[in-house]
Design a protein around this ligand. Structure first.
Ligand code: UDP
Length: 456
């Protein structure tokens, strides 16, 4: 019997990492490679509870799970604890898992491990058992260039080992890539524990770089070339979208509420403000109130994703009378089928925290952005959206650190009346589309990658 190519894919256990690696996996599987996708047991449970029974594409891959080393009752949003435990315990579990598969199934041996850079130790495990290792960076090119630059920043004492920026000047990786100010650096945080955790997502890349031969990223060469040119062995294969393999399954941690699509069907073309801040961003009560009143002031219909854990320690409580006043033009969901929402003709703009996945999804659908970055790489992504691609506007915080209702309504009006931003958004959409279509740069990179996996 012929040998069948088999890739094992392993993400970091967070929504913004699982989703792009799942989309990549489904695309790989659609090209005839067997894929085993390994989550932690905790994340596996979440996905199985949320997955629609008939999710298209789900059957293309095998889902597996390994323990993360924590107890059931431990808090997995404590990333310092999670990262420490995963790094200490999972390499052993992964090695055993691979060896077991490879001993029991001679014709479908795992021939390639495709690992999120945030679990770089999995690349080392692959090499240890003699298997090809490929890394995936789930964010944008500029931040990857920055990650690979961390050893030089430490060496030059521009940052210390806790990630604190020691010099009062912007951090630059090349004259052609916008520099990072102290407040925008991807690991910067007022909480020193969080800063160390965020720094780990960057410093782990150069730490394990010797173990991978290629590094894939969810980007498009034409959109990001100045940064991508700086990165050895990079293969941009974006945009990674569920629609690329005509599926719906993307490893969501919450069930998608598709009633919003029926609601969007009833709205007029390019009228709806879509408001969604990814999987981890939280708001305080004062900010929630200003956001609600700002959306009300615009007079536009809006679709707002309010996750059950969106509020910082409390339940979302909207201003008095707000829900009644906006009832005829507002829709609230806990989790939306985001790609479908962004592709819907009723959507006019995307109020976003600028997570990389949301950024790639919004730009692939040609939707102008209203940017509200919160932490990590989101400030850099916002700068690309507003200043490099010119497909959005940023929201400014007032003196008290709150974005006011007037700032929100004014910026939305300015954004929706800007023909230049709309034209740029369509141009960028076209670049992304061309790149992924036959003959485009991501298409070629992806196909070369598939050929390589099949040849192993
Ligand atoms: N997402 C979704 N429904 C929602 C909100 C978000 O499917 O209601 C998806 C979104 O499409 C993206 C991911 O969740 O793929 C969020 O990733 P991103 O990098 O934008 O942000 P993060 O959650 O990592 O902060």
């Amino acid at each position: 019997m012929d040998r069948h190519p088999h890739a094992l894919v392993i993400p970091f256990p967070a929504q913004g990492h699982v989703a792009p690696l799942m989309k990549l996996s489904l695309q790989i599987a659609a090209h005839g490679v067997k894929v085993t996708f390994v989550n932690t047991e905790f994340i596996h449970e979440k996905i199985m509870v949320s997955v629609p029974e008939k999710a298209e594409g789900r059957s293309l891959i095998s889902l597996a799970s390994l323990p993360d080393g924590l107890e059931l009752e431990d808090d997995r949003t404590d990333y310092a604890k999670l990262i420490e435990s995963v790094r200490r315990t999972m390499p052993g579990y992964l090695e055993d898992f691979i060896l077991k598969i490879n001993q029991s199934n001679i014709n479908e041996k795992i021939s390639c491990v495709i690992a999120d850079t945030s679990v770089g130790w999995a690349l080392e495990v692959a090499k240890k058992v003699g298997i090809e290792a490929v890394a995936v960076w789930p964010a944008g090119g500029p931040c990857l260039a920055l990650a690979l630059h961390v050893p030089q920043l430490l060496e030059a004492e521009i940052i210390d080992h806790d990630g604190t920026v020691m010099k009062d000047e912007p951090i630059s990786v090349s004259k052609d890539v916008p520099a990072w100010s102290r407040s925008e650096i991807g690991w910067g945080s007022s909480d020193p524990v969080m800063q160390k955790v965020l720094l780990e997502f960057y410093s782990i890349v150069p730490e394990y770089a010797k173990f991978y031969d290629w590094i894939l990223c969810n980007s498009v060469y034409e959109l990001d070339s100045a940064a991508l040119k700086l990165i050895p062995n990079i293969l941009p294969v974006g945009p990674l979208l569920a629609s690329n393999y005509l599926g719906t399954f993307a490893g969501n941690f919450w069930p998608e509420d598709s009633t919003c699509i029926e609601w969007l069907d009833k709205q007029t073309s390019s009228s709806v403000i879509y408001v969604a801040f990814g999987s981890t961003t939280m708001a305080n009560m004062e900010q929630l109130e200003e956001l609600a009143l700002g959306l009300e002031l615009t007079g536009h219909p809006f679709l707002w994703v309010v996750r059950s854990d969106f509020m910082d320690g409390s339940l979302a409580k909207f201003p008095d009378g707000f829900i009644n006043r906006v009832a005829k033009r507002a829709k609230f969901v806990e989790w939306a089928p985001q790609e479908k929402v962004l592709a819907h003709p009723s959507v006019a703009c995307f109020m976003s925290h600028c997570g990389w996945n949301s950024t790639m999804e919004g730009l692939s659908m040609g939707i102008p952005f209203l940017c509200w970055p919160y932490f990590a790489d989101q400030f850099c992504n916002k700068n690309y959206i507003c200043d490099v691609w010119k497909i959005g506007l940023g929201l400014a915080k007032g003196a008290s650190g709150i974005v006011t209702r007037h700032e929100i309504s004014t910026k939305i009006k300015t954004l929706l009346s800007s023909d230049a931003i709309k034209a740029n958004a369509l141009h960028i959409k076209e670049l992304a589309r061309k790149s992924f279509n036959e003959g485009g740069s991501s298409f070629k990179n992806f196909n070369n990658f598939i050929e390589h996996i099949k040849s192993l």
